[in-house]
Design a protein around this ligand. Structure first.
Ligand code: ZN
Length: 248
């Protein structure tokens, strides 16, 4: 099988704890280059990894919180001024993504002519509990409990014979185990160390308690916050760091 490379561009939480970049992961397969999440520093993450944004085929957004999608205007800016994508990029995420991203762009750069963007970007909506194919990538979506009104998703990608699951941001649900079953890689958010931080995020103690229930090749914790980071080297589970490369 041809190799699939996953680069963790940004593994921090919304507060960039430990100086980490906000959420962004790059999946490189022979036929597709996929960016999962576009936190505000997404261009820094891509360019540190030596990746030209113009070479992306697909951008997936799990939910509409700034640390996951607020980098989209910078990506648009890069396409307008530094080089158009080599083929029209599909930017896919929960309902409302296009409106929120365009409003953010026009707030940040109010006098910019955005007319050319339609030729460069096509927005697509990801509804929960769906299977679909975008830019050669098989996708599955699952709604996760994180936001109340807006939809938050976990994502499962099948590309070049590998499967990669990303939890997005979520509090605990048993469905994470069934959704990730059989995956080669499960990138799982872990904002906190201990439980008791409300009902929006996952914590290490909860994940470790359920570890035996996960049937995945490799489980890597990410979206790490200030409580869990100082303990990262002593945890029983693997943790991601910015720039980390995972070969599948
Ligand atoms: Zn987040």
């Amino acid at each position: 099988m041809k190799p699939v490379k996953v680069t963790c561009l940004g593994t921090g939480d919304a507060f960039s704890s430990g100086g980490r970049l906000n959420a962004a992961y790059l999946v490189e397969a022979p036929d597709a280059r996929v960016l999962m999440e576009a936190g505000p520093a997404v261009l820094a993450g891509l360019k540190r990894a030596g990746v030209n944004p113009a070479e992306l085929d697909l951008v997936l957004i799990s939910h509409l919180h700034g640390d996951h999608f607020a980098g989209l205007p910078f990506l648009m800016l890069d396409y307008l001024w530094q080089g158009a994508p080599r083929r029209r990029v599909v930017v896919a995420g929960p309902r409302g993504l296009r409106d929120r991203a365009e409003r953010l762009m026009s707030t940040m750069y109010p006098r910019l002519d955005l007319g050319g963007l339609d030729r460069m970007i096509r927005f697509a909506e990801l509804a929960p509990e769906r299977r679909l194919r975008l830019q050669g990538v098989e996708l599955r979506t699952m709604r996760v409990p994180h936001t109340r009104r807006d939809v938050s998703l976990a994502l499962r990608l099948a590309v070049a014979g590998r499967s990669i699951v990303f939890s997005g941001d979520s509090r605990w649900t048993d469905r994470l185990a069934s959704f990730s079953a059989g995956a080669d890689l499960f990138l799982c958010e872990c904002s906190y160390y201990g439980s008791g931080h409300g009902d929006s995020h996952l914590d290490y103690e909860t994940i470790v308690r359920h570890r035996a229930g996960f049937d995945v090749g490799r489980l890597v914790l990410t979206h790490l916050g200030r409580e869990v980071l100082p303990r990262a080297s002593r945890l029983k589970l693997e943790t991601a760091r910015d720039g980390m490369i995972i070969r599948l």
